[in-house]
Design a protein around this ligand. Structure first.
Ligand code: MG
Length: 257
């Protein structure tokens, strides 16, 4: 019986509390005018868009516009890269190693266009493989995934070995494709081997959403568990992978967030 009265009392109190809350909200809203929820300052920064959506807006850093590689890029050792410019595209040369930006970035919006070789050679991971690494650690896979099966979290647009793309919107070999990537850098606390706030990635492939704000488990690794490789890091270069295939890149621009 005691228990029954206790439950009844609790129920009555919760009901009373909820009604009081609703009344408070109603009273507050009744006392407000529209201007109380309108913020004017500071004015939102004005940016001039590109003529086409793929063109860099006025506040973007141009990382490659078809001309000079050495202004923004270098090889892993900090020397001029052996990658080539052919018809305004930056082409990976087998065995020359990765290229990385001289500037270092954290959270960013990245636009990059890429093309796998028209002449199809190899299969699975051996066909048109490269990659875009955020902060040098987190790979958005570049691969010829047109009629080329491989493991799903290793195909074009995957967050390599962590997330498969939502759909496969790959164009044919030899056709230009685009990635628009939104990357949120991780935050570390005192513990250097776990994220306080993990990194997150959104990717549009040829304009289609294929990664929807996914939370990364750790750095990209070929063998092993990503969580075991987490280590405090700061800003990092944008890296393009040499996986032995002559993948080409063009129109690369970035906006720091
Ligand atoms: Mg790759």
């Amino acid at each position: 019986m005691k228990r029954f009265f206790f439950i009844l009392l609790t129920f009555t109190f919760v009901q009373f509390w909820a009604t009081a809350q609703q009344q408070t909200q109603k009273t507050t809203n009744d006392r407000m005018v529209p201007e109380m929820t309108e913020i004017w300052e500071p004015e939102v920064t004005i940016v001039q868009p590109g003529i086409r959506d793929a063109d860099p807006p006025s506040d973007a850093i141009i990382l490659f516009d078809g001309s000079d590689i050495n202004k923004e890029w270098e090889d892993a050792q900090g020397n001029p890269t052996k990658w080539l410019i052919q018809d305004g595209a930056l082409v990976c040369v087998r065995g020359s190693g990765i290229i990385k930006t001289k500037r270092k970035f954290e959270s960013c919006q990245l636009h990059i266009e890429w093309r796998t070789p028209a002449e199809v050679q190899g299969e699975s991971q051996g066909r048109g493989n490269s990659g875009v690494f955020l902060q040098e650690l987190y790979e958005v896979q570049v691969l010829d995934s047109y009629d080329n099966r491989t493991y799903r979290e290793g195909q074009a647009g995957s967050i390599y070995k962590q997330y498969a793309p939502l759909v496969n919107v790959s164009k044919k070999p030899g056709e230009w494709q685009s990635y628009d990537i939104i990357y949120t850098a991780p935050i570390f606390g005192k513990d250097s081997t776990t994220y306080l706030v993990p990194p997150r990635i959104t990717v549009f492939h040829n304009g289609v959403l294929i990664q929807n704000n996914v939370t990364l488990r750790g750095p990209t690794v070929y063998i092993g568990i990503p969580e075991y490789f987490i280590k405090t890091h700061g800003a990092g270069s944008l890296v393009l992978q040499d996986h032995g295939n002559p993948v080409a890149f063009r129109n690369i621009w970035i906006r720091e967030l």
